[in-house]
Design a protein around this ligand. Structure first.
Ligand code: AMP
Ligand code: ZN
Length: 113
């Protein structure tokens, strides 16, 4: 398996993991673009939104609920944050394992437009 996020899930690659349950794992982005930059990924390899299937609704909803909880935990819920899912080459996706970016801090406004 060459997927870097699957390697993080298996422990083969190191990451700063801040949350894990049966369905998802969250860790800090290795190249943060704002003070808070967390990636929330499914524990099952799903390449992108394009590969989501019927039955994945609860998983996707859970990813959002975990993002909400982590935003509160990081202390950014009140001031606000950006949730982003890049899909495919034109969408700016560079890692082919579905991931939800949780980005917060003043820089997020400037860097992402
Ligand atoms: P995207 O461009 O939406 O596919 O985002 C991929 C993100 O994964 C980028 O923000 C990278 O900085 C991040 N990333 C890539 N490799 C790692 C890694 N080994 N650990 C943590 N974050 C990573
Ligand atoms: Zn993967």
């Amino acid at each position: 398996m060459s997927c870097v996020f699957c390697k993080i899930l298996s422990g083969e690659a190191l990451a700063s993991i801040i949350y894990r349950d049966e369905q998802v794992t969250a860790f800090r982005d290795i190249h943060p673009i704002a003070r808070t930059h967390i990636l929330i990924i499914p524990n099952r390899h799903i390449a992108s939104v394009n590969e989501l299937e019927p039955g994945d609704e609860a998983l996707v909803g859970h990813m959002l609920m975990v993002a909400k909880a982590l935003a509160a935990q990081e202390g950014v819920a009140e001031n606000g944050y950006r949730l982003m899912v890049n899909t495919g080459v034109h969408g700016g996706q560079t890692v082919a394992h579905l991931h939800l970016h949780l980005i917060a801090g003043k820089l997020a406004r400037f860097l992402l437009g």
